[in-house]
Design a protein around this ligand. Structure first.
Ligand code: DX5
Ligand code: ZN
Length: 216
């Protein structure tokens, strides 16, 4: 059964504790960190992750949409992240490898993320050290965008590489996922579905989480 990771990008940041409690039936909590450089939007940073950690036991899946993320790995680990994703497009390969090593040294799960333009094969240099690959199905930066059907092929290609080189690695899909496409995304090979607007836009977030899980 797929895991569901609601994205707090669609939460009310003035009522974050209550909005995290509303999704406590989920498997993970997805935290979108944006720096205004790697993506045009600015969201939250290290202090907010540290505050979230004090208020929930949920698994914190922190998606770093920041330039040169190796600079921040230790700080996000100490803030209480359980898993960090760094974008392959955000730095040179040697620095991405440094970022993954820093996660491992801190005992935090290691993931790389792919923008829609990036091919599945870009994960090959890292695949054996990864706990997760994140495939974006929208251009990163904003919640509430339309799912890019063309990314289903990338999901299938990443699934094939994971099956071949590191079968226990999770495959997370992020962007425009909802009840209409959860089954297709899971069938393409996803094991974790991020959902922002589909969960927080629902009248009953717990029911929306259960429906996504059953669909997948
Ligand atoms: C987009 C973020 C996503 C976003 C998903 O850059 O990485 O996690 O919050 O939101 P929805 O599910 O609304 O597309
Ligand atoms: Zn995300």
């Amino acid at each position: 059964m797929v895991k569901i990771a609601p994205s707090i990008l669609s939460a009310d940041f003035c009522n974050l504790e209550a909005d995290i409690r509303r999704v406590s039936a989920a498997d993970w909590l997805h935290v979108d960190v944006m720096d205004g450089m790697f993506v045009p939007n600015i969201t939250i940073g290290v202090p907010v992750v540290a505050s979230i950690r004090k208020h929930t036991e949920m698994f914190l899946d922190v998606h770093l949409m920041v330039d040169k993320p190796a600079r921040y790995i230790d700080r996000f680990c100490k803030a209480g992240a359980d898993l960090l994703s760094v974008h392959l497009e955000a730095d040179h390969p040697a620095r991405i490898a440094d970022a993954l090593r820093a996660m491992g040294a801190n005992g935090v799960k290691r993931a790389v993320a792919l923008r829609p333009i990036t091919s599945a094969r870009a994960i090959l240099p890292y695949i054996e050290e990864l706990d997760m690959v994140l495939v974006m199905t929208v251009e990163p930066g904003f919640g509430g965008q339309k799912f890019m059907e063309s990314q289903l092929e990338t999901i299938r290609e990443v699934r094939a590489l994971i099956d071949r080189y590191n079968p226990s690695c999770e495959l997370e899909v992020d962007g425009g996922v909802g009840p209409a496409n959860a089954k297709t995304v899971a069938e393409a090979g996803a094991t974790v579905l991020v959902a922002g607007s589909a969960v927080y836009g629902a009248a009953d977030p717990a029911a929306a989480i259960a429906a996504l899980r059953n669909a997948g």
